[in-house]
Design a protein around this ligand. Structure first.
Ligand code: RVP
Length: 486
């Protein structure tokens, strides 16, 4: 029958990168990329918009390492705005006024000591009622008074010759002031000496630790946000709050109502708009005309049951390649979302045509993911659940699957709730992921992501070849940081 003359489609384990002549040392491979028309990343990695993966801690961690976190949407709009502003404030040079802990000259020293301890700071500008800076007080100023107990007033203990700077101070200038005057913090004041912010040595050093960070043109960390296709209010609020990229978050963005709604959002917001998920060239043709990026993945996710529940889906390597065939020539970046278990899968997705990859399970076990560590049979885990699982749908966002909220709570889920091994820090997971991708670029002999996409070739792997590709005929005695047999 004609119906059964079907095209073959492939996924990660079906293919390998053909090794090629190379002079590229993996450590020199440049993994910077574009995630959407106007947004560049220093590593081609995104964390998934899931309520067990990306809130502000994860997004801050991702951006500091050069990637992008995409905030999930199982939170109300107010909470989302607060999360976005946490991310945007995280690495600011100048801590803004409302976040600066200040003391009052008439407070007692023990009061200020307690206040600073509670806030976790080691010094505070002293201001009067209209915020004029009168002095600055630090732990070193306070300690002798606490011991000897001679005087009790902040006015006595504070340093009253304060070195301040204006709002346009650079990190270098602030450091020079700190060096010249042997101080650790510089209050930022307006023309009338009123406090408008604070620069600290600790803050400057922290920023230096993350020199590969992905930042916007105001030097703040980049931030992605998921929005439902029909939620214009959320999209407008995220845009207003400073999100750099909005991700239209839908399991089947080739639904034409979704496309109409996504186009309307893209026309009104300033942020870039990535549309997804899709998995075919026909869908790509609908989207590339207005989207700043497209996201690919119908059913590959580790917690996803879309393919078994609905009988629909596209093996991920084929899906990415089909979409990239359409989006690539239009200059629209492609993100491969879901199904990535190893760094090798991630770089195979790039070879198929992706500019960046999005992962959920890979990051769900890290410290930066929401949720606490649970122990079962002596092993540590964190919760990880599909956004189409019953639990996640009950917390909102079920419209990702284009279904109405059931009156009787009888959801038809497309995901499961699970646990994933606890993994420690995000930074070390990313180190393995990016390092493995760079190794792949070394084997192919490509120094940049665009060159790698162009040059790489696949070979087809048989079932015997797959077995050969994993450790075999041995018993693993020490766990590798980037390989687990399941
Ligand atoms: P993975 O990295 O394989 O864990 O996949 C994560 C991706 O799975 C997400 O970015 C999202 O596209 C998809 N997802 C999230 N929830 C569900 C579901 O419940 N079916 N799927």
């Amino acid at each position: 029958s004609e119906k059964l003359r079907v095209p073959e489609s492939l996924t990660f384990d079906d293919v390998l990168l053909r090794p090629m002549e190379s002079r590229v040392e993996p450590d020199d491979a440049d993994v910077s990329t574009r995630v959407s028309t106007n947004v560049e990343l220093n590593i081609p990695i995104l964390s998934a918009a899931m309520d067990t993966v990306t809130e502000s801690d994860m997004a801050i961690g991702m951006a500091r390492e050069g990637g992008l976190g995409v905030l999930h949407r199982n939170m109300d709009i107010e909470a989302m705005v607060e999360e976005i502003s946490r991310i945007k404030r995280a690495d600011e040079l100048v801590i803004s006024r409302e976040d600066v802990v200040t003391a009052n000259a008439s407070q007692t020293i023990s009061e200020v000591d307690l206040m600073m301890e509670r806030a976790g700071v080691s010094g505070a500008p002293v201001v009067d009622d209209d915020d004029t800076v009168l002095g600055i007080i630090s732990g070193t100023d306070i300690r002798p008074y606490l011991e000897v107990g001679e005087s009790d007033a902040v006015r006595e203990a504070m340093t009253d010759e304060v070195i301040t700077a204006g709002a346009d101070v650079t990190a270098r200038e602030a450091l020079e002031l700190m060096y010249d005057y042997k101080i650790e913090r510089v209050p930022i004041v307006d023309d009338e000496d009123r406090l408008i912010g604070l620069v600290t040595m600790q803050g400057i050093l922290q920023r230096r630790e993350h020199e590969n960070a992905a930042r916007d043109d105001e030097d703040k960390l980049l931030c992605g946000v998921a929005v439902g296709p029909f939620d214009e209010e959320r999209a407008a609020a995220a845009d207003e709050a400073g999100a750099d990229v909005l991700f239209i978050d839908c399991a089947h963005a080739h639904n034409l109502n979704v496309i109409d709604a996504a186009r309307a959002i893209a026309e009104t917001v300033e942020a870039d708009v990535v549309v997804g998920n899709i998995g075919t060239r026909e869908a790509a043709k609908e989207v590339v005309g207005f989207a700043d990026g497209v996201k690919v993945g119908i059913g590959p996710g580790s917690i996803c049951t879309t393919r078994v529940v609905s009988g629909s889906g596209m093996p991920q390597i084929s899906a990415v390649a089909e979409v990239a065939d359409v989006a690539g020539p239009e200059g629209v970046p492609v993100i491969a979302d879901g199904g990535i278990r190893y760094s090798g899968d991630a770089i195979k997705a790039v070879a198929a045509g992706a500019d960046a990859v999005m992962l959920g399970s890979y990051f769900a076990g890290t410290d930066e993911a929401p949720g606490r560590v649970i122990t079962m049979n002596g092993k540590k885990y964190k919760q990880y659940r599909g956004m189409g699982s019953v639990g996640a749908m009950k917390s909102g966002g079920g419209d990702r699957y284009l279904k109405d909220e059931p009156e009787d709570e009888e959801y038809v889920p497309e995901g499961v709730e699970a646990a994933t091994p606890y993994k420690g820090t995000l930074a070390s997971e990313l180190h393995q992921l990016v390092g493995g991708m760079q190794s792949g670029m070394g084997y192919v002999g490509a120094e940049t992501i665009p060159a790698f996409k162009e040059k790489s070739e696949f070979v087809r792997v048989s079932a015997a070849g797959q077995t050969e590709g994993h450790p075999h005929d041995v018993m693993i005695t020490d766990e590798a940081p980037n390989y687990s047999p399941n």
